[in-house]
Design a protein around this ligand. Structure first.
Ligand SMILES: CC(C)(COP(=O)(O)OP(=O)(O)OC[C@H]1O[C@@H](n2cnc3c(N)ncnc32)[C@H](O)[C@@H]1OP(=O)(O)O)[C@@H](O)C(=O)NCCC(=O)NCCSC(=O)C[C@](C)(O)C(=O)O
Length: 352
């Protein structure tokens, strides 16, 4: 009688057996297809707090009822970064589990009303673009518009458009090729870098005025760094139901260009944003654009943040705040940019 657990026999069995694959290939996506994602997620206080704690998003309004009330929330709400990561996490099984890197995202917008723990989410994505990758013929590039809704009320919670490299059916590889492209050498930096005096709206507006007079830029780095470990690389994405093997299958990833599992893009950006927010008085998050992931982050890498202030306008959803547009750049211990994106946030005014 065949002993299927005999190592030689089992090795032969593995060779003969078909693998029941997960995920979709590039050829499975057609423009205008709408995919309703089956995995659901209840946005819990626990998930929110673990995400925020580990990414250094320690804004008290998301932790303490009194601080939440001071910011006009009914109770500590779900943080927009966790909402974003959970929305994307749910979509991975259908859209990107096959592998291929998360290249970027734009038009990330949040509903004006805060989202509270206990909200059940339903998430759907529409294929908005499919394109050939000229540099990597084994991949295609797919963009989807994703919308997260409150399952009970059907209210829109957030939406965005994301772009990934997706393997073509043949040949099948685990993820996308080489590391970042050569930087161009157009380094026309201003001579003057202005740092805001504090974290209120007026500090950003004043710094922009000074920079303007001196033909400089409001640009500064944040001190904090967060080294990537098992929690940030594997646990946080799995807690959002993100099934991408890049984050938890060391065996498969050993043969990939990174040679290791990589940090979920939403963990990298949320960590950098946590560093940036620790130097400002955030009132509300409005949205993000032009987000790009330049190279991968692996366990042991440290994520730092750099901020440029682009614009400040005295107009917001509340008289207590003004609106600031930032560019945030996450970088690693070798000073290599790993993420960049612009962010619109309402920042509290000093006078109130
Ligand atoms: C992917 C790598 C290897 C390419 O590195 P490279 O130097 O070869 O790249 P490139 O030349 O800059 O880009 C390659 C192609 O992608 C295109 N491209 C590039 N960016 C965009 C964009 N935003 N929108 C649209 N297209 C874009 C670009 O135009 C080019 O097209 P081409 O092949 O036709 O010339 C390199 O950039 C890299 O390592 N990036 C880091 C990726 C990463 O670590 N992402 C986060 C972690 S993976 C993740 O979170 C997973 C997730 C969330 O779970 C999940 O999707 O399932």
């Amino acid at each position: 009688m065949t002993d299927w657990t005999d190592p030689d026999t089992f090795a032969q069995a593995l060779e003969h057996a078909e693998t029941r694959e997960k995920g979709n290939c590039f050829e499975d996506f057609e423009e205008r297809d709408v995919i309703e994602h089956d995995p659901g997620l209840t946005l819990t206080k626990w998930g929110n707090e673990v995400w925020m704690g580990q990414t250094l998003n320690h804004d008290p309004a998301y932790w303490r009822p009194d601080a939440a009330a001071d910011r006009g929330f009914e109770e500590p709400p779900i943080h927009p970064d966790y909402l974003t990561a959970a929305t994307l996490g749910i979509t991975v099984e259908d859209l990107s589990e096959k592998g291929g890197y998360f290249l970027g995202r734009t038009d990330v917008r949040f509903a004006q009303d805060a989202v509270y723990p206990g909200t059940d989410m339903s998430v759907e994505s529409e294929v908005v673009n499919t394109a050939t990758s000229s540099s990597r013929p084994q991949y295609g590039i797919v963009s989807w518009r994703t919308r997260a809704k409150d399952l009970e009320t059907d209210d829109l919670l957030m939406s965005y458009e994301r772009t990934n490299m997706i393997p073509r059916r043949e040949p099948l590889e685990t993820d996308g090729g080489a590391t970042a492209t050569e930087e161009d050498d157009d380094n026309d930096l201003p001579e003057t870098f202005v740092t805001p005096e504090g974290g209120y709206f007026e500090d950003f507006a004043d710094a922009l005025e000074i920079a303007d007079e001196e033909n400089g830029a409001v640009a500064y780095r944040h001190e904090r760094g967060r080294t990537q470990d098992d929690v940030t690389v594997a646990q946080l994405p799995l807690a959002t139901l993100n099934t991408a093997k890049q984050h938890h299958n060391v065996d498969v990833m050993a043969d990939s260009p990174s040679g290791d599992i990589v940090t979920y893009g939403d963990v990298t950006r949320s960590t950098a944003l946590g560093h940036a927010r620790s130097d400002e008085r955030t009132w509300r998050e409005v949205g993000f654009d032009d987000e790009s992931f330049h190279t991968f982050v692996t366990p042991g890498d440290t994520v730092y943040a750099f901020t440029r202030v682009l614009e400040a306008t005295d107009d917001a959803s509340s008289d207590e705040a003004g609106t600031v547009r930032f560019q945030h750049i996450a970088f690693n211990q070798d000073d290599t940019p790993v993420y960049s994106g612009t962010r619109i946030a309402e920042i509290r005014k000093r006078s109130n």
